[in-house]
Structures are given as structure tokens and as C-alpha cells.
Design a protein around this ligand. Structure first.
Ligand code: FES
Length: 150
């Protein structure tokens, strides 16, 4: 067990964990930040995506010891009022079906819009390619990102 002081959603957060504990389990099991989901556990699905210093990152593959001073942003920290343009667009367009993958999708989409406020379809498809949705909401995700970019 080691002690870590992490910057999570803008708050300094003390955590005790084995160094190789995936950040995903620290977020979910210790901090009850349950918006970040466990899908595959091997970096293939994107459900566990959070941002580290603004970069979409698979938290299932991120040992807590590697986080250091990087700023961790989860879906809970994206907008305290759930009023981020992506969250609004997701509601307006009924993007989710089961919803399981959508927090990860939104975290990557938010990073895309920060880099590229007016992404093309190709830009969106490129950025979102690593995210799987078993309900196949891909077309609505693309539309939601365009709506949020308006
Ligand atoms: Fe991390 Fe699937 S749970 S990529």
C-alpha cells in the first residue's frame, strides 16, 4: 500500500492503494466516482476513459502510481451542473441507448472539442474510433458532437 495525493476534478484527494492499482478502481471503489465504467479492462472499449491533463486516457490501464501530479478529470468533474455543451446535446438528441459507454465517449469528445472546436465527420470518427458502443449509437454520437460544437 502506498499513499497518493491526486488532483481529481480539481480537488486534492488522498488515496491509499497498491502502486499497480488501476486508476479506474481508485475512482470507482475508493472515491465512488461511478460515472467511469469498467468494460473490458484491457484498453479495448473506452468505457473507462477519463482525461489526464486533458488527454483521453484509459483508466483501466493506468496504474495509480503513474498519475503523479497530472490533473484527472472524470465525467463528474466535466461540469458540476451537467450542463457541458456535450451533455446538453446528448440529452437533446437522446444520444445514449443503454448509456454504459457514454461517459467515456463524452470525455473523449470533450477533449476533441477543446483541440478542435469545429470538427469534421472525419475528425470525429478519428477521435472516437477507439470507443465501442454495443447499442451502436455512433451516428447519434457524431450528431451530438456537431450539436455541441454549434
Ligand atoms: Fe478500459 Fe475497456 S475498460 S478500455
Amino acid at each position: 500500500m502506498s499513499h497518493y495525493s491526486l488532483d481529481i476534478n480539481g480537488r486534492t484527494t488522498a488515496v491509499d492503494a497498491a502502486p499497480d492499482t488501476p486508476l479506474l478502481w481508485v475512482l470507482r471503489d475508493q472515491l465512488q466516482l461511478l460515472g467511469t465504467k469498467y468494460g473490458c479492462g484491457v484498453g479495448q472499449c473506452g468505457a473507462c476513459t477519463v482525461q489526464l491533463n486533458g488527454v483521453p486516457t484509459r483508466s483501466c490501464l493506468t496504474p495509480v502510481a503513474s498519475v503523479g501530479k497530472k490533473k484527472v478529470l472524470t465525467i463528474e468533474g466535466l461540469d458540476a451542473q451537467h450542463a457541458h455543451p456535450l451533455q446538453q446535446a446528448w440529452q437533446e438528441l437522446d444520444v445514449p441507448q443503454c448509456g454504459y459507454c457514454q461517459a467515456g465517449q463524452i470525455m473523449t469528445a470533450a477533449a476533441l472539442l477543446k483541440e478542435n472546436p469545429r470538427p469534421s465527420d472525419a475528425d470525429i470518427d478519428g477521435a472516437m474510433a477507439g470507443h465501442l458502443c454495443r447499442c451502436a449509437t455512433y451516428i447519434r454520437i457524431r450528431a451530438g458532437i456537431h450539436r455541441a460544437a454549434e
